[in-house]
Design a protein around this ligand. Structure first.
Ligand code: AKB
Length: 314
């Protein structure tokens, strides 16, 4: 059997940081190349500084390490993208097309490219949003993810590239902070609460959004990537659900452990983005095709976040 060498692009980000050790367990530390714009202080295995918008640098890295799989996790997220839409589009699309082209030309075995609930917008059902919905996103990030989904399906159909994708909800984790997203409040609130600070929430208290705990997001990613090729019926991107809650419900869940937490609601431009997104997701196609089952609900996620961050801040 062919030995795999895996490249993570965006390894310093929220998902990359947590995914790296799992991939190292599966493939062996020396066979997972982490890459990002900057080298972290403590790399735990091979690391390459990479700007994925540079096609020559990416091709060189893939050839040198004989890479057979790519996890392309680098992207400008929803809120940050709105501050400079053309820059966000340029960066997201250039990096994606470089990844797809190098994967085709170097005949990679598998590629993972995440999508997001940001692909949905006006005209999609907001409750239990189905897999096949109208996709009219409200942000440049969402537009770039809809385009990405179509490019993935194109490379699969035209070139037979085994590209797989999940529409991540807001991902909640303790390992690192997300950056530039609309769902980020649900991570930041834990850090403030643990430190005994009041929290200024940039969404209104009744804004319901789909979220997922990092352990579930990682398990879904690994299960999708390890599923037999013929079980994958969706080559754009799979709907994925974990839990759904509002800022008020999350506050109440945290107050069970930290009753002194106070939250001030100060909705800003991110409120309109959140209101254009689903409140809950129908992920029945992922359940049917590769057996997806979430493990964390709001109360289990909250307990885990408080336990983990108590150690970090002690
Ligand atoms: C964001 O808020 O932009 C991301 C996402 C839902 O893709 N977390």
């Amino acid at each position: 059997m062919q030995r795999d060498t895996v490249l993570i692009i965006g390894a310093n980000g929220q998902i990359g940081t947590a995914l790296l050790p799992l991939l190292q367990d599966q493939f062996g530390t020396d066979n997972v190349i982490a890459s990002d714009l900057q080298k972290p202080d403590h790399a735990t295995g091979p690391f390459e500084v990479l700007d994925a918008t540079n096609p020559d640098a990416l091709t060189d890295l893939v050839r040198r390490h004989k890479v057979t799989q790519i996890y392309h996790l680098a992207a400008v997220l929803s809120a940050k993208g709105e501050s400079d839409p053309l820059w966000a589009w340029d960066l997201n699309m250039k990096a994606l097309l470089n990844v797809l082209e190098v994967s085709r030309l170097q005949q990679l075995r598998k590629v993972f490219v995440p999508s997001s609930i940001a692909v949905f917008g006006d005209d999609a059902l907001r409750n239990n949003t189905p897999q096949n919905s109208v996709l009219k996103p409200s942000t440049v990030y969402g537009i770039s993810k809809v385009a990405a989904e179509n490019w993935l399906a194109y490379y699969h159909k035209r070139y037979g590239l085994d590209v797989r994708s999940l529409r991540y909800p807001g991902v909640i984790s303790y390992q690192s902070m997300p950056g530039g997203g609309t769902t980020d409040y649900a991570v930041a609130i834990f850090h403030e609460a643990i430190q005994g600070h009041a929290f200024d929430c940039f969404l209104a208290e009744d804004t319901r959004l789909p979220m997922i705990y990092m352990d579930d997001a990682l398990r879904a990613t690994m299960e999708l990537m390890n599923a037999p090729e013929d079980s994958i019926s969706v080559r754009t991107s799979y709907n994925l659900a974990g839990m759904s809650f509002t800022p008020a419900e999350l506050t109440a869940a945290i107050q069970r452990y930290l009753p002194e937490l106070t939250v001030n609601y100060k909705p800003d431009f991110r409120q309109a983005i959140a209101e254009s997104w689903p409140m809950s997701i129908d992920d029945s196609v992922a359940r049917r095709d590769w057996g997806w089952q979430p493990g964390f609900d709001l109360s289990r996620m909250t307990e885990e976040m408080i336990n983990q961050l108590s150690v970090v801040y002690q």
